[in-house]
Design a protein around this ligand. Structure first.
Ligand code: DP6
Length: 325
């Protein structure tokens, strides 16, 4: 017997970052985070629970996935199976719409889509909060790709209290994220490995202790569409996370020369009066944020820089959604 469902989700860009866990297994983060879903990019996933299967199977972009990825998917499926009181294995088929080899993280959209598809296939009809908690088990940032628009993941202290909620829908603010792709040769240390190093930096404690202040400023700036305040706190938060990364043991350096060139240029353009700021995740690509009316001018300036290979343009995206299998 086969029971199946399909779902899609957007990745998200964090304005206030998640870096380091209180509990690595459950992915209870050291601090709360705030993000925006990225319309235009998506993962589409089909989950088929099939009584004829001996074990879970995972195909990503047409290729059979490795043991590590499969184990992570199975751990999320196990939680969902437990809720449905069922042991049936599943075939999971997932496709990303993002260009491959760009270093755009897909775990957020992947685990959000997986969770919604699996829970729907088993007829669970779970509320958004519960879907967010379950997605979090697969990948912390995936908890933020379940609700729509601008989202806050409340750190919480345990599984029940750690989930994400929407602060405002995608229509609230026409922010544009221009993801500037930087060429790179080495594969970065994964976020999952990075989170485990966060506490080895003497700066992590200070970063976490100050997180509620940054969250408060960012939340209010978002709700008031106050770009100048938003820009300062978003850049500071990104710089703080990278300071922790660079001072971990072993240290993690995600920036490349092109990353720094863009960060410096963006700060200069802001001083000249353009509404623009940057944020950088666990890789060299730079997310350049601006209100829609400034996006064209920002793009022209970005394109003139030497290290800019290509740009992906994203606007605020909605919640994870069901699709036709
Ligand atoms: C730098 O959610 O990818 O993008 O929970 O191990 O899957 P896992 O990590 P992940 O970490 C995201 C880190 C970040 C910041 C952020 O998105 O908040």
């Amino acid at each position: 017997m086969i029971t199946s469902a399909a779902a899609a989700a957007h990745p998200n860009i964090a304005f206030i970052k998640y870096w380091g866990n209180r509990d690595d297994l459950l992915r209870i983060p050291a601090n709360g985070s705030i993000s925006m879903n990225l319309s235009g990019l998506q993962t589409r996933t089909i989950v088929q629970f099939d009584t004829s299967l001996e074990e879970d199977q995972l195909v990503i972009n047409g290729e059979s996935a490795g043991a590590e990825a499969l184990q992570r998917v199975s751990a999320t499926l196990d939680r969902i199976r437990e809720l449905a009181d069922l042991k049936t294995a599943a075939r999971v088929t997932s496709e990303n719409s993002f260009p491959t080899g760009t270093g755009i993280a897909s775990s957020a959209s992947a685990f959000a889509a997986l969770t919604l598809a699996a829970a729907t296939a088993l007829g669970l009809g779970l509320p958004e909060k519960e879907l967010s908690r379950l997605a979090r088990i697969g990948s912390g940032s995936a908890s933020r790709s379940i609700p729509g628009g601008f989202v806050e993941w409340q750190a919480g202290k345990d599984h029940a209290s750690s989930y994400a909620v929407s602060l405002a829908g995608p229509e609230h603010w026409d922010l544009v994220d221009q993801i500037v792709l930087i060429s790179r040769e080495h594969k970065a240390v994964s976020s999952s490995q990075g989170h485990q190093l966060a506490d080895t930096s003497p700066l992590q404690e200070a970063r976490v202790a100050d997180a509620d202040r940054r969250l408060g400023i960012c939340r209010q700036a978002l709700l008031e569409r106050d770009f100048p305040t938003f820009a300062e706190v978003v850049e500071q938060d990104s710089n703080l996370m990278h300071s922790v990364m660079m001072t971990s043991s072993p240290p993690l350096f995600y920036w490349e020369p092109g990353t720094l060139e863009i960060m410096n240029a963006v700060r200069e353009w802001r001083q000249e009066g353009l509404q623009v700021c940057y944020t950088v995740d666990a890789g060299p690509n730079v997310h350049v944020l601006s209100p829609a009316e400034h996006a064209e001018a920002v793009k022209r300036k970005l394109t003139a820089l030497t290290n800019v290979k290509s740009i992906l343009t994203c606007t605020p995206g909605g919640p994870a959604w069901l699709i036709e299998p």
